[in-house]
Design a protein around this ligand. Structure first.
Ligand SMILES: Nc1ncnc2c1ncn2[C@@H]1O[C@H](COP(=O)(O)OP(=O)(O)OP(=O)(O)O)[C@@H](O)[C@H]1O
Length: 269
């Protein structure tokens, strides 16, 4: 049975099947991804780490359908992301810098994807459902008092929470996160990690999380995928056998410390 057949039967949330990606520009041709096959289960939290410029974001952009693979295929819930049957609202995206509109309130920013989907006629439910969902997400992330505030009145961590609400408001199955806490200070990042795990636990999403921070990867994930320098291939997939819920104490657990140091091995010269 091929990887595609096997994983479709189990309906992988995300499937990379022999994926290769080359960027051809006028001046150069860059092979970003050599050959990657990876199956992410429904509800799994998986992190991708690798050296700078190795192709991590490319991997995420392929799952978001932003680029076509040069070879191979990428599926979300068993559907090729490049096919007409792919439902774009099955995927939510969070980037490192919050992309919020200054002139819209927090609540209106969270509702922005719903407004756009409504205008495009692709809303699955009536708007009232999403309005309630936006309010639930505001309270889940402790932002209910800031519903009428504007983004510039919020701290960086709070803005990133708004972005997470925005990506969850239309209830995607899969959340693709590209170094979402990379710009935050260490303490805020730890808090956001704990909060993300709580949200993940409450919403049962599948999360593909890109980070440079190996401790963050191990703390959050069920598995950590280690990529080679560009062109990216998978060097290892590390199972994180740590109990959940993960807490502050987890970071002092011997297994946690060992797993982080095992992962570091791939990056030492
Ligand atoms: N749209 C594009 N056009 C041309 N080249 C690109 C494009 N996007 C990425 N690349 C190139 O592909 C390679 C991989 O980039 P990518 O952003 O995927 O790596 P990354 O591991 O996420 O990087 P970083 O660790 O710096 O965030 C890089 O050499 C980059 O310059």
């Amino acid at each position: 049975m091929s990887l595609t057949e096997e994983s479709t039967q189990q309906s992988a949330a995300i499937l990379y099947d022999n994926v290769k990606k080359r960027y051809d520009t006028e001046s150069e041709s860059i092979l970003a991804i050599e050959d990657i096959s990876l199956s992410v289960d429904q509800g799994e939290f998986i992190s991708v780490v690798g050296p700078s410029g190795c192709g991590k974001s490319t991997l995420l952009h392929l799952a978001a359908g932003i680029f076509d693979p040069t070879d191979g295929r990428v599926e979300i819930n068993g559907v090729d992301v490049q096919s007409d049957d792919h439902q774009k609202n099955s995927v939510g995206l969070v980037f490192q810098s919050p992309v919020l509109l200054d002139w819209r309130t927090v609540y209106d920013n969270i509702m922005l994807p719903v407004t756009v989907m409504s205008e495009n006629g692709v809303l699955e439910r009536d708007e009232e459902y999403y309005r309630e969902r936006a309010s639930d997400l505001l309270s889940m992330t402790g932002l209910e008092e800031f519903a009428d505030a504007y983004p510039q009145e919020l701290s960086g961590g709070m803005q990133q929470r708004v972005t997470i609400c925005q990506s969850l408001v239309y209830d995607p199955d899969v959340l693709l996160m590209d170094e979402p806490f990379g710009a935050l200070d260490a303490l805020t990042k730890d808090k956001m990690n704990a909060e993300l795990l709580r949200i993940w636990n409450e919403t049962n999403k599948t999360i593909l999380f890109i980070t440079h921070d190996l401790e963050e990867a191990v703390f959050l994930s069920d598995r950590v995928v280690v990529l080679s320098p560009r062109p990216a291939s998978i060097l290892d997939v590390i199972d994180v056998d740590l109990p959940r819920p993960r807490t502050k104490e987890t970071r002092h657990d011997e297994t946690f410390v060992d797993l982080v140091s095992d992962t570091y091995e791939y990056f030492s010269e």
